[in-house]
Design a protein around this ligand. Structure first.
Ligand SMILES: [Zn+2]
Length: 313
């Protein structure tokens, strides 16, 4: 049997993996904790411990797989080097070369947001469109632009870094070192920070009844936006930031659709309805052009695993 792939989704806290058949069905899955931060274990070793777990539970040896595909948060070179990953605390780490010392099957590595985009294109909401963009709202904002169902690549190595377009003069430093980046105000992490800051300033907010500064998360605002003034203000500003970025991208690309993935997209219409309202009233020639669809990703939960399989399509 040689009709399966090992598919790995590296995240800042967990590494998820699956064995996926040629039709994109996940046959087995497992995960391990990400342990690269203190240098006691390399990313290749961390990934191989997950590969061993999968081999044990499945009886499908990695040596017989058609390949191993891996999504990694960060800038990944064509040679499979993790040039920079703030989330994993890695610089110039030759992941592909390290894995090829251990494995004899083809190894393919790509940026995690690009991988999620590929999954959405093949299995999710992207199936219905040819020219669209996908935004993943998580620790940062990643994404992929699809032209005729192919990821847009204008230069050899880099994918689109939509998360780092500048959209505000607010003095908020982004993980990239710059100020005013889209992801520094519109990622899930940014929403959590905005919620925390608002709670600190407004001790009478109802959010204190259920949350404290440690337990606040990306869902808090959605729970309270209709019943608490502080939460409503945070939400309105967040939609303005997110909507500004999305409107800019629509003005530049004029896509058929914008697909929103990542943790915040679990809020479904609670996110997309106000987002559409903001975006549709701020895009250029709003009365003359058809409104691009704005919708939630469908492959979200397993996008990292399924997209890693798509690296071989
Ligand atoms: Zn940035």
């Amino acid at each position: 049997m040689n009709n399966y792939y090992y598919c790995i989704d590296v995240g800042g806290t967990t590494i998820k993996g699956g064995i996926v058949d040629t039709d994109g069905i996940i046959l087995f899955s497992s995960w391990v904790k990400t342990r690269t931060f203190d240098g006691s274990i390399t990313l290749a070793e961390n990934i191989m411990s997950l590969v061993s777990n999968l081999e044990e539970t499945s009886n499908l040896p990695v040596s017989k797989a058609k390949g191993i595909g891996i999504g990694v948060p960060g800038i990944i070179s064509e040679a499979g080097v993790v040039c920079r990953s703030a989330n994993l605390n890695l610089n110039q780490y030759p992941l592909k070369a390290e894995l090829e010392k251990i494995l004899t099957i083809p190894v393919k590595i790509a940026n995690d947001a690009c991988v999620a985009g590929l999954a959405e294109n093949a299995f999710g909401a992207g199936k219905d469109f040819n020219n669209y963009l996908m935004l993943t709202l998580g620790t940062g904002i990643g994404g992929e632009i699809f032209i005729n169902n192919k990821p847009l690549r204008l230069t050899r190595c880099f994918s689109s870094e939509m998360g780092h377009m500048k959209i505000t003069d607010r003095n908020i430093r982004c993980g990239c070192g710059e100020y005013g980046c889209f992801e520094s105000v519109a990622s899930t992490i940014a929403l959590e920070r905005q919620t925390r800051e608002a709670m600190e300033k407004n001790k009478d907010s109802k959010m204190w009844e259920k949350y404290n500064l440690e337990t606040v998360n990306g869902k808090t605002i959605f729970e309270f936006k209709d019943i608490d003034k502080t939460a409503a203000t945070v939400f309105k500003n967040y939609i303005k930031y997110l909507g500004t970025g999305v409107a800019n991208l629509i003005n530049i690309l004029s896509p058929e659709a914008v697909i929103i993935g990542g943790a915040v997209s679990a809020q479904k219409d609670n996110l997309t309805t106000p987002l559409k309202e903001y975006v549709y009233s701020h895009i250029y020639t709003r009365n003359e052009r058809p409104y691009p669809e704005i919708l939630n990703a469908k492959a979200s939960g397993n996008a990292g695993i399924l997209g890693s399989k798509c690296l071989f399509d």
